[in-house]
Design a binder for this molecule. Structure first.
Ligand code: HEC
Length: 143
């Protein structure tokens, strides 16, 4: 038998998860784009089980040798901290990449596609995969 307390606790858990879901949906303008990458990643990555903020962090911070020598890392322009501004090679400021600091990021499909294409080519010497793009945005959404 369920005691009144267990029933109350169960109702509370339900109410809380409903709230969390609502907040989640409201907060993330990047969700549709992320869902698109998830669809592609599922099709192209055997054993895909979801994006990883940890992998996204590694992509953001790692030093590459396959791209242009003057842009070895995403951090070359975006800076080491997702919460801080970066700067272009011509010293123009770039707003922080963390979604919490620049909430309109990763919401315009054209902008996202254009800059991933361009920046991944500069840094990695190739386009990023759907998995890498999803991991990157997932990492920035936790920052
Ligand atoms: C040569 C400088 C430079 C490098 C290196 C660079 N970026 Fe960028 N990035 C920019 C600029 C400039 C913008 C556009 C301005 C803005 O969005 O504030 C941008 C924008 C982006 C956007 C679009 C964000 C949005 O608001 O939708 C993504 C995604 C992105 N970069 C990912 C990366 C990744 C991943 C790497 C590393 C593989 C990287 N960038 C490396 C300069 C760079």
């Amino acid at each position: 038998m369920h005691s009144p307390f267990t029933n109350f606790a169960a109702a509370l858990v339900l109410a809380l998860s409903a709230t969390a879901f609502a907040i989640n949906v409201e907060a993330a303008a990047s969700d549709p784009i992320l869902a698109g990458f998830a669809e592609s990643a599922k099709a192209s990555t055997p054993g895909f089980t979801g994006f990883s903020a940890e992998r996204g962090k590694r992509l953001f911070l790692s030093k590459q040798t396959s791209g242009k020598p003057e842009t070895p890392s995403c951090t070359t322009c975006h800076g080491n901290s997702p919460q801080s501004r970066g700067q272009t090679r011509a010293d123009k400021p770039i707003e922080p990449m963390a979604l919490s600091h620049t909430p309109n990021r990763y919401s315009d499909p054209k902008k996202v596609a254009k800059w991933f294409r361009r920046n991944c080519k500069s840094v990695l010497g190739r386009e990023c995969t759907a998995l890498e793009k999803g991991d990157f945005i997932t990492f920035m959404a936790t920052q």
